[in-house]
Design a protein around this ligand. Structure first.
Ligand code: FES
Ligand code: FES
Length: 161
């Protein structure tokens, strides 16, 4: 068995330290050691986006990252975007626009959308489709997801001072 080591990073705004084998996947550390289960395993091979988390503000596929690669990074999972009591505008819009059916893809979708809107606060529908092209949904047909991201973008632009 490979030697375990401590890995320190920021998770949803707070410093954390976990002990893991360096070869363990970031997705597993987040779900098992940190107990945050929003990031999901869909494919495990970089094809579906269900495992997406923000790393230093950019959406990354945690199934393709090693736990050791989290060292010193700033990680945000969907739990860190918002809470049921205070949802992020994207989370509120996904609920309001019927963009969530089984919900398996939703955390990864909102993470990818958060990354997109940080880079492009006023995307057109095509830009949203492109921004979410790495995230698969087996339920919704994507139209309501794009509707939700467009609505959230409008809310976020209004909220900006
Ligand atoms: S589980 Fe990571 S891309 Fe599908
Ligand atoms: S809502 Fe079921 S996979 Fe997207």
């Amino acid at each position: 068995m490979r030697e375990r080591r401590a890995i320190g990073f920021r998770l949803n705004g707070a410093p954390v330290r976990v002990v893991a084998e360096p070869g363990k996947r970031a997705l597993d550390v987040l779900r098992e050691a940190c107990g945050l289960t929003a990031a999901k395993e869909g494919c495990g091979t970089g094809e579906c986006g269900a495992c997406a988390v923000l790393v230093d503000g950019t959406a990354k596929l945690s199934c393709l990252m090693l736990a050791a690669q989290l060292e010193g990074r700033d990680v945000t999972t969907a739990e860190g975007l918002g809470t049921p009591q205070a949802p992020h505008p994207l989370q509120a819009a996904f609920a309001a626009h019927g963009a969530v059916q089984c919900g398996y893809c939703s955390p990864g979708m909102t993470i990818a959308a958060a990354d997109l809107l940080a880079r492009d606060p006023a995307p057109d529908r095509e830009a949203v489709r492109l921004g979410l092209s790495g995230n698969l949904c087996r339920c919704t047909g994507y139209v309501k997801i794009v509707d939700a991201v467009m609505a959230a973008a409008a809310v976020m632009r209004e909220e900006k001072p």
